[in-house]
Design a protein. Structure first.
Length: 397
């Protein structure tokens, strides 16, 4: 029994020792873990501190680098801007110089051409003389802003001429007007008409509000509307500038204005720059009405029961305008009739229309923009004759 008791006691002691040993081991393990954790934390903290320091350093470096980059960018931008500005300034200056040179060259060329051509009458220019000039055609409407502005300054109490009258007047002047440069340098603009058409000159004077009507020849019974005062010449140049249709009229206006500019320069007055452009004829303004009032011809041949509309122009450059006018009426009727041929006179070209429908289509235009000269009487008879013939079924159109 004692042996058994001793054995049991021994086993109990061993069990207690085992338990204690486990506790001690756990405790030690805990201590070790705690120590390790502390060390790890310290290491981590150190690492974190190092990382933070490194980050801070990197940030500082990056910031410094960024500052340097910004500085470099600013410097580059400044350099680029300076370079671009210098280049742009140089380009602009070059462009200005080029424009000035071009303008100077044009002015010098015009002066040389004027000096050569002015030894002959403006009415005796050759095709070679005409080829010394350049111009462009535009379909845009005529512009009268500058004319109205100057007109209001010079004649503030006058009523402004209507747009339709100005369109008609330009066409009439291009047909029957003239710009005269006397040998002694006197300048004038003139429209000459027979006694029968004296009223059209009065119509012009009344609408423009300036100019004088004088007798040109008692024998021929012709009258003139004339302008020679510089202030009125300038007004007409402003009116014609950029609104002329015939290339020859543009050329003569350029030569005429160049002579006027010489006078203006002597008096230290601003000169007038002529635009190198011409307008194309249109059925949407009164220019053609004025031009036909001056140049058109309405004919009736009773024996053959035929009618003719025709008008002629000198110079190859003006031939293009006749072709364009013919094309306007061809497009209006979808009839491809009519012709542009050589006149019996040298260097003169003639537009001719004989198709009754094409000729009658002109009524659509003249109903909107009536003729103003005595020619309207001939035109009315011409239209009446066409209408009578169109009613006759046996008459060919």
């Amino acid at each position: 029994d004692k042996y058994v008791e001793v054995l049991l006691l021994t086993m109990m002691v061993l069990m207690l020792m085992y338990k204690n040993m486990n506790k001690i081991m756990k405790y030690n393990n805990m201590k070790i873990n705690l120590l390790n954790n502390n060390n790890d934390n310290n290491l981590n903290n150190n690492n974190n501190d190092n990382m933070l320091n490194n980050n801070n350093n990197d940030n500082m470096l990056n910031n410094n680098n960024n500052k340097e980059l910004f500085l470099n960018n600013d410097n580059n931008n400044n350099l680029n801007n300076n370079y671009n500005n210098d280049n742009n300034n140089n380009l602009n200056n070059d462009n200005k110089d080029n424009n000035n040179n071009n303008n100077d060259n044009k002015d010098n060329l015009l002066k040389k051409v004027t000096d050569i051509i002015m030894n002959k009458s403006l009415n005796k220019l050759t095709n070679e003389d005409v080829n010394l000039f350049t111009w462009k055609f535009y379909k845009s409407p005529m512009k009268f802003d500058k004319f109205y502005e100057e007109y209001s300054k010079e004649l503030p109490n006058n009523k402004l001429p209507s747009k339709e009258f100005l369109e008609w007047f330009i066409g009439f002047f291009e047909g029957d007007g003239s710009m005269t440069i006397a040998k002694r340098g006197d300048l004038s603009m003139v429209i000459t008409q027979s006694f029968d058409d004296l009223n059209v000159l009065k119509y012009i004077k009344d609408n423009l509000g300036f100019g004088n009507i004088i007798i040109q020849s008692n024998k021929c019974k012709t009258y003139r509307w004339i302008i020679n005062k510089q202030v009125y010449l300038k007004l007409l140049i402003y009116l014609f500038n950029g609104n002329m249709v015939l290339p020859l009229r543009y050329i003569k206006l350029s030569l005429f204005t160049n002579k006027l500019n010489e006078k203006l320069l002597k008096n230290n007055e601003p000169t007038i720059k002529i635009m190198d452009s011409c307008k194309l004829p249109s059925l949407d303004n009164a220019w053609l009405s004025g031009f036909i009032d001056a140049e058109g011809c309405f004919s009736i041949y009773l024996k053959r029961s035929t009618i003719v509309f025709c008008m002629a122009q000198k110079y190859m450059a003006n031939k293009y305008i006749l072709e364009h006018i013919l094309n306007l009426f061809q497009n209006l009727t979808n009839i491809n009739k009519g012709s542009i041929g050589k006149h019996s006179k040298d260097n003169v070209f003639e537009l001719k229309m004989t198709n009754k429908l094409m000729c009658y289509s002109m009524k659509l235009y003249f109903d909107k923009y009536p003729l103003k000269s005595i020619k309207i009487l001939t035109y009315n008879k011409w239209i009446d004759f066409i209408e009578m013939n169109m009613l006759n079924k046996n008459t060919k159109l």
